[in-house]
Ligand binder design. Structure first.
Ligand code: SF4
Ligand code: SF4
Length: 375
């Protein structure tokens, strides 16, 4: 296992963190998953108040022996922004009690996804007052934030300079947030990547086309390598449901060196498959927004890019069904709501027939409605 300095927090984190959102089958399964993570050298457990029974199961594991190993791992929990300091104070105390710990090495504001959330954290009498008090009382070591926001809100949040680290989406198949990774790096902040193997493309179960073009590597390994070869990135969430799933990343966790010539050549081959889209490739410039029907045009067409170029249809369906079902965690309406108003057309530098491509994406990927993992 390799370790990286998590920016200005000075915590030396393993390049994989145990994302404690999927091990909730039982308290015993959670404990075994945590134990195995520690055995392989993972030294960061990252949970949230919103992850079902995750905190409670950490508390049970602490009572059943994990407490003896408390100096072997860093612990993070996340709490959504609150309107006032009192609510945040109470919730921090609840988390500590539930996890049976006296301090958190790191604490994140969970989901600064909207301007309204940013306003809550910049209010001097708001929730950050309680976070600062918890730091002063040594209940919390460091403070960061997680985000699923549009890029401009992420950059604004970084520029508040209230935080030491960021949890965000950034993957080989979705590099929209590259400027946020760069700004966080310039500010010497810790950079934690949310769910690179699942939300980054369902890489545990890749389609044949993606598997083939990744040869001699696996898509899972390449997804990890894209991130770990980047020194601005420090740790990747490994949301294992059981101990066995942790081991699926063991090929990557000792490799954080720059990409080899062979790896670069394979990434080049992967990129060349986008030519299958011919003139219909969305370049992800985001110039088409806003859409009066609140369709997240670039994200819909990113899913289409991946479905056409790599047959990532199951991944596309998984993400597409979250539109209109996950609120500010995955905003935007389904493509079928396009009214052909034409507002977006002159803004597209690729001259794409956006309404036609949206309908085509809906036909390919619409399969029902979906919710977030822990809802
Ligand atoms: S044409 Fe469709 S996608 Fe484009 S702005 Fe109008 S409603 Fe939105
Ligand atoms: S303007 Fe065109 S190329 Fe750019 S994100 Fe929108 S649809 Fe894609």
């Amino acid at each position: 296992m390799r370790y990286r300095r998590f920016g200005k927090t000075e915590m030396l984190l393993s390049v994989f963190s145990l994302g404690a959102m999927r091990y909730n089958a039982s308290a015993e399964n959670a404990h075994r998953t945590i134990d195995h993570a520690l055995e392989v050298g993972i030294n960061h457990i990252e949970t949230a108040q919103g992850y079902g029974k995750s905190e409670e199961f950490i508390g049970k594991a602490m009572r059943n022996g994990l407490a003896k190993q408390r100096d072997r791992f860093y612990l993070t929990t996340k709490i959504s922004p609150t309107k006032d300091a009192d609510s945040m104070r109470r919730q921090i105390e609840q988390s500590l009690k539930r996890m049976n710990v006296s301090y958190l090495d790191n604490f994140d504001i969970h989901g600064i996804n909207l301007k309204e959330h940013l306003d809550l954290v910049t209010n001097p009498k708001g929730c950050m007052k309680a976070v600062q008090e918890a730091i002063d009382q040594k209940m919390i070591g460091h403070v960061g934030f997680s985000t699923h926001a549009p890029l401009n809100i992420i950059l604004d949040t970084l520029n508040t300079d209230l935080f030491e680290s960021i949890n965000l989406h950034y993957y080989f198949f979705n590099q929209r947030n590259a400027p946020a990774v760069q700004l966080a790096h310039e500010k010497d902040m810790g950079v934690f990547i949310i769910s690179p193997s699942d939300k980054g493309g369902m890489l545990y179960t890749p389609p044949e086309e993606l598997d083939g073009v990744s040869y001699p590597f696996s898509p899972l390994y390449l997804g990890d390598r894209f991130l770990l070869s980047d020194p601005r990135v420090h740790t990747l969430s490994l949301g294992a449901a059981n101990p066995e799933e942790i081991d699926s990343h063991q090929d990557a966790w000792d490799h954080d060196e720059p990409l080899s010539e062979l790896e670069l050549a394979v990434f080049d081959c992967i990129n060349r498959r986008y030519t299958l889209l011919e003139g219909d490739r969305c370049s992800q410039c985001y110039e088409c927004l806003p859409c009066p029907e609140s369709i997240n045009i670039p994200e819909v067409l990113r899913l289409r890019n991946l479905a056409v170029a790599f047959d990532m249809v199951e991944f596309g369906k998984y993400r597409y069904k979250m539109f209109e079902n996950a609120g500010h965690w995955f905003p935007g309406r389904k493509a079928i709501h396009c009214t052909d108003c034409g507002d977006c057309l002159p803004r597209c530098p690729e001259n794409l027939d956006i309404p036609k491509l949206l309908r085509n994406t809906h036909d390919r990927l619409h399969s029902g409605e979906g919710r977030r993992l822990w809802e």
